[in-house]
Design a protein around this ligand. Structure first.
Ligand code: C2E
Ligand code: MG
Ligand code: MG
Length: 581
């Protein structure tokens, strides 16, 4: 502890210094108030002892200056005054002195006063720090549920991680994301949504308080709108981690009784374990989130435990995302064409335009990989527009060369429906290229049904009014709903290759395909089968009354120059003429 003495009387000063140093204090001395003030500013002491009457600056001046300077504003100050001068004391105390002693003072009396002041100042400091910490933590808590936010949770996680390391224990994190929470907010309002979130917080907290893997308080956090995390300790292992994740999901799947609503919600979970899968709190949490990210597409109520391949997938996705930005400008994208033929005659009826991407270092990247990334980033709008224009230009060129009536099908992403004026784009592509409208087909997917029916119906009708054809792609895999099928102005259904693949062996797939064909016909639509690879599949489709097909049996998607040869019947001999059977 540093004590600064301001005393102009040398013998008193030395005596004081000697006495305090004997007690183990570090002492600095000044002969007047000004010198003391300079010393205090240079290195703020823990306590100041000051005389009243001094040259240059007296004790009052010193107290006033110390109190007005932020670095010394709270330093304890003890005045040493002449005996019996009460007015000295009052002035000094008013200026901010903490205590006073009258000369001559006893040694014990002085030391006692010093100890008391230092102890008081230490406890004030401590409580100020505590308040500061509390205020900081309050800021790091979620205002709605009072649960820790990401920063505070990570800090707690870090503490328990160090303890787990010392005790050679496992530590786990489970991230939970509610399924379809946005719908609750949209349909019932944010107030109901907030109540659900509070109830989720309460259930997770209660579960943790009664659970064997619970470790102290703050083991539940809210990381984002409907994203929660739970910290599990006490020797959790891979098996118990997954079981606990399932337990937590079951807790959240209980009905939510809110005012006059009873809601049924599910959650997905992602889990990660220390030390096997991460060595820091940050990585542990990120891995659990990554696992949740992988669980979500598997459907409501899914759970995944982290594995290292997940991060590689994320890294690859990021790479694709970044490279895709320049793919269009660099001319790395190309459109391939897969011919479509009549099942009964084997004659060419059209093409499907399919994007291909050859990156200068990654090589060929499959559309199954880059299209979802393009959709996520919104880039699909520009890319899809380019693909439509390129395919229409190609078709118009073939048409101009005298290659009769055929269809050019292009794939449309749902994003193109929502973010763009699609009918205007189609109209301008048709007039730019001169392609007759009925030769262009737009392939839409069932995920359209997830968006506002009124607006998609309006867009589809507007496209239809331009004279283009509309097909429902990958039919049977998505959110099939007979209601929208009846209302959408579709010309044809494309049976997904997943059904076609097993059509000759799997009675279920055969039955579904038969039902799809019958239903399409009853709505006045034609049917085209995708992914036909064998003659047996083709014969089966023929028997069901499916009109058209595309698939490797006829041709893979090929570059324009190769596709053009289909017009001359170059590839037709591989297709058996079934109509004669
Ligand atoms: P899709 O529209 O269902 O296209 C059919 C996919 O099946 C194509 O895959 C095609 O190469 C493949 N295929 C065709 N015949 C056979 C076969 O006999 N056997 C097998 N195993 N596969 C066959 P691809 O070219 O990899 O495209 C995948 C998906 O990427 C497409 O599925 C489509 O959803 C999307 N896509 C491709 N180009 C575009 C585009 O320009 N815009 C949008 N939005 N999506 C596109
Ligand atoms: Mg398609
Ligand atoms: Mg398809």
């Amino acid at each position: 502890m540093n004590i600064l003495i301001a005393e102009d009387e040398p013998s008193l000063r030395e005596n004081l210094q000697w006495m305090l140093e004997m007690e183990g204090y570090t002492v600095s001395v000044a002969c007047d108030g000004l010198e003391a003030f300079h010393l205090a500013c240079l290195s703020p002491p823990d306590l100041v002892l000051t005389d009243v009457m001094m040259p240059m600056m007296d004790g009052y001046g010193l107290i006033k200056s110390l109190r007005e300077t932020s670095a010394t504003a709270t330093v304890p100050i003890i005045m040493l005054t002449a005996k019996g001068d009460r007015s000295d004391v009052r002035i000094a105390m008013n200026l901010g002195a903490d205590d006073y002693l009258t000369k001559p003072y006893h040694r014990e009396e002085l030391l006692e006063a010093i100890r008391a002041r230092l102890a008081r100042s230490a406890s004030l400091e401590q409580s100020a720090q505590g308040l500061q910490q509390e205020a900081k933590e309050a800021q790091q808590r979620d205002a709605l549920t009072a649960l820790p936010g990401r920063e505070l949770f990570t800090r707690r996680l870090d503490d328990s991680l160090q303890a787990a390391e010392r005790n050679r224990h496992g530590l786990g994190v489970v991230c939970l994301g509610l399924d379809g929470f946005a719908k609750v907010n949209d349909s019932l309002g944010a107030q109901v949504g907030d109540k659900v979130l509070c109830e989720v917080a309460k259930r997770l907290d209660e579960y943790m308080q009664t659970h064997q893997f619970s470790i102290g308080y703050d083991s539940v956090a809210r990381l984002g709108s409907d994203l929660f995390a739970v910290r599990l300790g006490n020797a959790v292992n891979l098996a118990t981690l997954e079981i606990t994740a399932c337990d937590l999901m079951a807790v959240l799947a209980q009905p939510y009784k809110l005012d006059d609503h009873t809601l049924f919600l599910t959650a997905c979970a992602g889990a990660s374990l220390f030390p096997g899968q991460a060595s820091t709190a940050h990585a542990l949490l990120l891995n659990a989130e990554s696992a949740l990210h992988h669980a979500k597409p598997c459907g409501p109520g899914s759970v995944k435990v982290f594995d290292i391949a997940m991060n590689q997938q994320v890294a690859r996705r990021l790479l694709i995302h970044n490279a895709l930005h320049s793919a269009l400008e660099q001319g790395e994208l190309e459109v391939f064409y897969q011919p479509q033929a009549s099942v009964s005659t084997g004659m060419l009826v059209g093409f499907e335009a399919l994007l291909r991407w050859k990156h200068h270092t990654l090589g060929w990247v499959s559309p199954a990989e880059f299209i979802p990334v393009a959709e996520e980033s919104g880039l699909i709008v520009r890319i899809g527009e380019w693909a439509m224009r390129t395919a229409a230009r190609q078709a118009a060129q073939w048409y101009a060369q005298g290659h009769g009536n055929f269809r050019m099908a292009v794939n449309l992403s749902v994003r193109q429906f929502v973010s763009n004026n699609l009918p205007t784009l189609v109209q301008s592509v048709l007039s730019e290229t001169g392609l007759p409208a009925h030769m262009l087909e737009l392939e839409v997917t069932e995920s359209l049904a997830l968006h506002s029916v009124a607006s998609t119906l309006g867009t589809l009708n507007a496209c239809k009014a331009l004279g283009v054809k509309l097909a429902m792609d990958d039919f049977g895999t998505g959110y099939s709903s007979l209601a929208y099928l009846k209302r959408y102005p579709l010309d044809s259904l494309k049976i997904d290759q997943a059904f076609v693949r097993n059509i000759t062996q799997d009675a279920g797939d055969a039955a579904i395909t038969r039902a799809i064909v019958a239903m399409a016909h009853s709505f006045g639509m034609s049917v085209i089968a995708e992914g036909v690879e064998t003659v047996e599949q083709l014969e089966f489709l023929h028997a069901l009354g499916c009109e058209e097909f595309q698939g490797y049996l006829f041709s893979k998607p090929v570059p324009a120059a190769e596709a053009e040869r289909c017009f001359s019947g170059f590839m037709l001999p591989t297709v058996p003429i079934l109509s004669t059977q």
